[in-house]
Design a protein around this ligand. Structure first.
Ligand code: ADP
Ligand code: MG
Length: 705
């Protein structure tokens, strides 16, 4: 008889055949300290992992044995009743147990079908497996087997099975993120091997805290996560691990706050005539939100503690104007300002915008990017060192490389969520400028608190007055000619347009080629009469800059682009955008793209073209619908969260916090508060300090990519 069989044969549906949790307490406690290095070993050390499997595992982020322990299940199998064969009814999911009588396999077209006759004391049924020929080698007449699946008119369609000692069919069996070439069975088997070492994970939280918060030991929590007896247990495990994660995060933030406390910044007292002239030169009056942000910045700058402020505002809300204000405050005090962007294209964009605004003020702006030729690079660095460059625009190379500012007083970091915490501290460690972080991705409050800790925030909630919300339409590709007709109408009225080509992540080259091919096609067909430029990441910076400049100057009508225009491009005369294969973009990305139009007083349009809804995935349909329904970035951020599932942090990758594995934004508000309180009472030392190092290190690493 199979060991696993008895445990689940119950109407209560509670017990599990999994040994892990139940036995954990009875395991002999060893006195030896944990040996974390065993978990740090590459997965290749596990049984059944050769180079091929190792490569496949790496693709889903599993490189070390410990990764198997730390990557939790995506979900758990639902509990189902164990039935006698004669009791099977309809097509409800069930588990049956019996003896294999005989089996055979055949082909139907490309389908390989394996059939086994399985009997229990009440009857016999034909069980079928599709496209799993290897199962045949494991079967033998007389073998005891457990099957999970559904009965149908041909017999019983097997979704998972267990032979001697296996646990695939169990209630609450973990379902891991898998791929086509990595089966659940394999992943579970590897988990079993890795979990045997689970005690080596160590215990970063002091026992007193665990007791107070009623947290299971770390290794028990991990075991429960992978082998829960019920969903409540899985949730208990998850929240315990999330708590620990949040404590580590809070400690990291406290560490940075301490560094900041010790840092000294040059106070900048009052804005003077240069800022007067700046205001006068702007072709509009500042919004109330912009004024408030500026006032808050002025207060920060007057202090000797470096400013650490987050300027949050949706695309088009006018952050750049505020950022330049901050930088100019430095210039007026005879010091330097810097603006850092996450990509070279963005840096170039900012440079164009700032250079234009600063020209009339007699303020010298320089652009420093790593793609400059060595000679130019040296020249710009010289200008920075001498102070001739009053405002410097660049990528985060500005802080990573040894760029010597004569006197950097204010640094603006754009789209700061793309930099990890690590970069933030680097910035503070190296020198102590006042820092303004800008982000266009609205972040739910809890996350802001989580990720930014005690950063002060200024928000631009109201768009500049004359702005009309962009009208968004979703068109299926059969009707894309109508989209282009509308686009041509805008061009004929003297407006400009964007056409965005789909994202092909794997290959920037193919991507570039797709954009070029599309530009060619449009030149020959829909847009034959117009001036078209093509912007993509493969262009050299100088070419890109020239292209953007001529689009801005109105020498081009249409810019066919890849997502390089995602953020920062500012051409108010561009009033229409067509996004091709829009279903292939993420929600946040589409919102950013859409922000490139609607920047002037004219009514602007964003036309999303895709295959018809019935050919798209459910989540793609939801994304596109959400974009049509609202322009509110905050609303979209929340929807994105829902569509992607609670387990995913919004923009986790960009935030540099994809290493927050267990935290759920919405559910864990209260947990976050508790973790904040706990972190204040804890010493940043030992294993806990190592975890903090790791978090900061990883964040830095992510920001690099
Ligand atoms: P963000 O960086 O927040 O996406 P920008 O700073 O690029 O937004 O501003 C978007 C556009 O709005 C720019 O063309 C800018 O010149 C313009 N703008 C900024 N502030 C105002 C304002 N107060 N009134 C009118 N237009 C403004
Ligand atoms: Mg901007």
């Amino acid at each position: 008889m199979i060991a696993v069989a008895r445990a689940t044969r119950t109407a209560v549906r509670f017990p599990t055949p999994f040994a892990g949790v139940g036995e954990a307490g009875s395991w002999p406690r060893t006195r030896s300290a944990s040996r974390p290095e065993r978990l740090d070993a590459p997965v290749g050390g596990l049984q059944g992992v050769g180079p091929t499997i190792a490569r496949r595992l790496a693709r889903i982020g599993i490189r070390r044995i410990g990764d198997l322990v730390w990557q939790g299940p995506r979900r758990y199998e639902r509990p189902v009743a164990t039935k006698r064969i004669s009791e099977l009814f309809g097509d409800e999911e069930a588990v049956i147990e019996g003896t294999v009588r005989s089996f055979s396999s055949r082909r139907r077209g490309r389908l390989k079908i394996l059939t086994a006759r399985v009997a229990d004391e009440t009857g016999e049924i034909k069980a079928t497996w599709f496209n799993q020929p290897w199962v045949e080698n494991r079967l033998a007449p007389g073998a005891q087997i457990r099957l999970r699946g559904r009965s149908n008119r041909f017999g019983f369609a097997v979704s998972s099975y267990d032979l001697e000692g296996e646990e695939e069919t169990a209630d609450f069996a973990p379902v891991y993120p898998a791929t086509e070439d990595l089966s659940q069975k394999k992943l579970r088997d590897l988990r079993a091997q890795a979990l045997a070492l689970v005690r080596d994970v160590g215990e970063p939280l002091p026992a007193s805290l665990r007791t107070r918060e009623q947290l299971p030991a770390r290794h028990d929590a991990l075991l429960m996560l992978h082998r829960p007896r019920a969903l409540v247990e899985a949730e208990l495990a998850r929240s315990a691990l999330a708590f620990e994660e949040l404590v580590v995060l809070q400690l990291a933030l406290l560490r940075q706050a301490a560094v900041r406390e010790e840092a000294f910044a040059e106070p900048l007292t009052q804005p003077g005539p240069l800022l007067e002239r700046y205001r006068g030169a702007l072709p509009f009056t500042l919004t109330a939100d912009q004024e408030r942000a500026i006032a808050e910045i002025d207060v920060d700058l007057a202090r000797t503690t470096p400013m650490q402020r987050l300027l949050q505002g949706d695309v088009g809300s006018g952050k750049t104007v505020v950022a330049l204000y901050a930088a100019l405050r430095a210039v007026e005090a005879g010091k330097q300002g810097a603006l850092m962007a996450p990509t070279e294209t963005l840096a170039e964009q900012h440079f164009l915008t700032l250079d234009e605004l600063c020209g009339g003020l007699g303020v010298r702006v320089s652009l420093l990017t790593s793609s400059l030729k060595a000679r130019e690079h040296a020249t710009v660095r010289q200008l920075i060192a001498s102070g001739d460059a009053q405002i410097v625009v660049g990528t985060h190379a500005l802080i990573q490389e040894e760029v010597d500012f004569r006197d950097l007083a204010v640094a603006v970091v754009d789209e700061q969520h793309r930099f990890g915490v690590g970069q933030r501290s680097a910035l503070v460690h190296g020198r102590s400028p006042h820092v303004l972080h800008m982000t266009a991705t609205p972040i739910p409050r809890t996350l802001a608190l989580t990720v930014y800790g005690d950063l002060e925030t200024s928000e631009l909630t109201v768009l500049p007055a004359n702005r009309k919300p962009v009208i968004t339409r979703w068109v299926s590709d059969e009707r894309s000619s109508e989209a282009y007709r509308r686009l041509r109408r805008h061009l004929d009225d003297g407006r400009q347009a964007f056409v965005v080509c789909p994202l092909i992540e794997e290959s920037e080259t193919r991507f570039a080629r797709a954009a070029e091919a599309e530009a060619e096609r449009l030149r020959a067909a829909e847009l034959a009469a117009y001036r078209i430029g093509c912007l993509h990441g493969r262009l050299r910076p100088a070419e890109r800059r020239a292209l953007m400049a001529s689009f801005k100057a109105g020498e081009l009508d249409v810019l066919v682009a890849t997502t390089v225009i995602e953020v920062g491009v500012d051409v108010p005369n561009a009033t229409i955008m067509i996004v091709q294969e829009a279903d292939r973009f993420g929600l946040a990305q589409l919102h950013q793209l859409r922000g490139r139009v609607g920047r002037g007083a004219e009514q602007s349009y964003c036309l999303l073209v895709s295959r018809p809804p019935e050919e798209l995935t459910e989540s793609a349909v939801e994304r596109l619908q959400a974009l049509v329904e609202t322009n509110d970035g905050f609303e979209l951020a929340e929807r994105d969260l829902e569509i992607r599932g609670e387990g995913q942090l919004i923009g986790a990758r960009q935030s540099g916090f994809s290493d927050l594995r267990f935290v759920h934004l919405r559910r864990d508000r209260e947990l976050l508060e508790r973790a904040r309180d706990a972190a204040r009472t804890l010493a940043d030392e030992g294993l806990l300090a190592e975890e903090v190092d790791r978090l900061l290190g990883e964040a830095e690493h992510l920001g690099d990519s």
